[in-house]
Ligand binder design. Structure first.
Ligand SMILES: Cc1ncc(COP(=O)(O)O)c(C=O)c1O
Length: 388
């Protein structure tokens, strides 16, 4: 969720080079003609909210995700809140999730009126099915599980589904970082699960602004989500529930549908190619690679590596001196954030040891689809020459 200042660094050899985590100016150069045409068409249509662009994009998203229903909304966090509320989860309920995510994951649970319960992650950084099983076994009142497909790698949905089925709780997939991902052939949102997406600019499918959506397989859920995003309105002037104002704009829907979504598969291929180059090219023994559970199924939203916690600042400074921007995902666990601890002790099941290791050791290398081969090579050689 971070933007970095575009200040130029002084570099030897790579004078004035800056390899950005996300290069929005290159994206704009690539997309601007189609973008402006899409915006002009919406402007000329005279219809700006919940019109045919939103429903057209929802249809396209459903087709892309092979899901019967899509509902656009204002952002990924709202998509999670709406998903929880569609399932009837609210005050008095607990929702099991990972502490290693964007703050929005935990915040959406609170916004729905429920209480997050955090348990540990696995070796890929996603909710650990064994830890989830222990949490469900030891704590009453858990009504849903929200795994996060962190870094664009799908969480172990097969194992989590087995746990969820045993305790009869639904899974809502936080797929903000993972549109288009799969694991061992199982897609995001398959088998009737609700999945939530963010179109925040840094995401693999981003807009020039904010946007989000959820996919659902049940028509009643889709109808409920459509009402919730629009003040809880079930028909004109009729409000049966307390909803949000969380509409996806016609403008964003049009640019998603006509400009960005058609490019998504090409972008994902580029991300996988860069990930492969890093995995093959980075040989520094002081840098641990995280190949993910399924290279071709992953959409490589980020390229995380692990370094010793007490050397991470040095690693960041080394790369920065070479003109390379590095992100941290995420340095503070959600359960440790003051906004959470100020409310009282967060509910934690088991130890969060693995999540804490990610928080202190992880660094994300640039992997956006506009990286050139020279830039990819420069990142690899810079990482390899780090003394550790
Ligand atoms: C894993 C995860 N969940 C939820 C969100 C929230 O999405 P948004 O910023 O669109 O509300 C994000 C985005 O930052 C995210 O990365």
């Amino acid at each position: 969720m971070c933007f970095w200042p575009r200040h130029r660094l002084r570099l030897s050899g790579w004078a004035n080079l800056q390899i950005l985590a996300n290069d929005f100016t290159k994206l704009w150069q690539d997309c601007q003609d189609d973008y402006i045409a899409a915006v002009a068409a919406v402007g000329a249509s005279g219809w700006y909210i919940l019109g045919r662009e939103v429903s057209g994009f929802e249809d396209a998203l459903s087709a892309y995700c092979v899901s019967p229903f899509s509902v656009g909304c204002a952002n990924g966090m709202d998509a999670l809140e709406i998903a929880l509320r569609v399932l009837g989860i609210g005050p008095g309920d607990k929702v099991l999730t990972t502490p290693l995510s964007a703050f929005a994951t935990g915040l959406a649970i609170l916004r729905a009126g429920a209480e997050p319960v955090y348990c540990d992650v696995d070796e890929h950084g996603a909710l650990d099915p064994d830890a989830a099983a222990k949490a469900l076994d030891s704590m009453n009142g858990i009504r849903a599980i929200i795994p996060v497909h962190l870094y664009g790698h799908m969480a172990d949905i097969a194992a989590l589904s087995a746990v969820a089925d045993q305790y009869n709780v639904p899974i809502i997939e936080d797929a903000a970082q993972a549109i288009g991902a799969s694991r061992n052939g199982v897609r995001v949102g398959a088998q009737g699960r609700i999945a939530c997406f963010s179109f925040y600019p840094t995401k693999n499918l981003g807009v020039v602004g904010d946007g989000g959506a959820l996919i659902v397989s049940d028509e009643q859920q889709a109808t409920a989500a459509r009402a919730l995003r629009n003040y809880g309105q079930t028909e004109k002037y009729v409000h049966d529930t307390i909803g949000l104002n969380s509409r996806l704009d016609e403008l964003h829907a049009a640019t998603l549908n006509h400009v960005f979504l058609p490019k998504l598969d090409g972008w994902l291929t580029a991300r996988r190619r860069i990930a492969r180059a890093y995995l093959d090219g980075i040989t520094n023994p002081n840098v641990s690679l995280l190949p993910g559970p399924d290279h071709d199924g992953s959409v490589w939203h980020l390229f995380p590596v692990l370094v010793k916690a007490d050397r991470r600042d040095n690693f960041l400074a080394h790369l920065q001196a070479d003109g390379i921007q590095v992100g941290l995902h995420y340095p503070i666990l959600i359960s440790d954030q003051r906004a959470m601890t100020d409310r009282g002790s967060p509910l934690v099941s088991g130890s969060l040891e693995q999540a804490r290791q990610f928080a202190t050791q992880e660094a994300s290398l640039p992997i956006h689809p506009y990286l050139t081969d020279d830039e990819i090579g420069h990142v690899i050689s810079s990482v390899n020459k780090w003394a550790g």
